[in-house]
Design a protein around this ligand. Sequence first.
Ligand code: HAM
Length: 407
Amino acid sequence: MIKALRGMKDFLGGDAKKYEYCVDVCKQIAQNYGFSFCETPLLEETALFKRSVGESSDIVGKEMYQFEDKGGNDVCLRPEGTAGTVRAFLEAKLDRSLANHRFFYYGAMYRYERPQRGRLRQFHQFGVESFGIDDVKEDANIILLARAILDFFGIKATLKLNSIGCTTCMPPYKQKLTSFLEKQDGLCEDCLRRKDTNPIRVLDCKNEKCHELLNPAPRLLNELCEGCKSDFEKLKDLLSKAGIEYEIDTNLVRGLDYYSKTAFEFVSDELGAQGTIIGGGRYDKLIEYLGGKPTPAIGFAMGFERLMELVTMPKSKRSGYYFGSLCDGGYEVLLKKASDIRKHHKVHLDYQNRSLKAHLKQADKKEALYCVCIGEDELKNGTVWLKNLENKEEKTISLSEFKALDE
Ligand code: HAM
């Protein structure tokens, strides 16, 4: 039997319902915060991710689903949503408009990682990207939106916050850090490689020995330029005033190369090793770097599989109709009626003649609000029998009078 690929999961039954529910909630809250839906292709030119996510990142270095298509193009399944959204923004020339633009998206992303709890090769993200606002008020807006989604589901997750500086303060800091790293003996292989490619990534190494060695490392938060420092202070103040708790984490550098200034993550301690539900930050230079007009930007993405582990579905309510026939000829009458009612309501139309008791049992299982049946008497009299499964009221009404109950 052919099975799903390693690290790729189906959403069926309860999981599918939960995914739909989570998408609906996230969409609604994002809209409330001023974001509108956008959709970009799953497949993009590999160069887009190399240039935006960055050659030194693990994603580009070892996790891309990259291949040559039949036309000889070097393409790649999207490992994340920011790069594609920026490409679409640029292609639509929105960088030339003076307005700000806010988008949300959701869907599958692909990273060839070692599968484990909370880490898949095909996973789903809900992401938001805001273009054109160079003000920490937007950073606060984005963080509040992320918090609002988690709060809706009753999820407790710690907001970790850092600033990773800008083109003024980052380069001298990198130099300082590199000379510190040069003096350390015993860094793991990953850190040694990162020391040369992107030294700040060394800070989020999970290896115990590296952790100890890096304890006295210089911290960018102490080396920020005036602009970054004042923005970070303003952001902290705004969050405090909005009642949002946070922890400063000077090791939070994010695994993608496009970030500058604000970086944040929401981390749950109920998810094991892969506890980050949401990750995001500013990327003020990316649009320019990809050929657009300088445009400040900020966003985040949330992992649905991780979110779904923590979401409890609300108790489902009865809704719609169950139609069942007890005798030959009943189904055909119900089929016509079902088409009318289905214009506005869910109708489960059963195909078999069954006893009333069997139909009622099925209607209950389908969580229908109304059970509608036709037996020989009803067929003869042009009526249907209808029962409200919540208040248990039942009645027989003429077929022509029987309309959806809210009509
Ligand atoms: P990221 O931190 O790479 O950021 O991913 C965001 C979230 O996606 C993670 O916090 C996690 O919940 C989920 N995630 C990532 N990889 C996996 C995986 N292999 N399996 C399951 N879930 C996973 C980004 O993708 C950025 N584009 C976020 C962003 C948007 N920054 C600015 N705008």
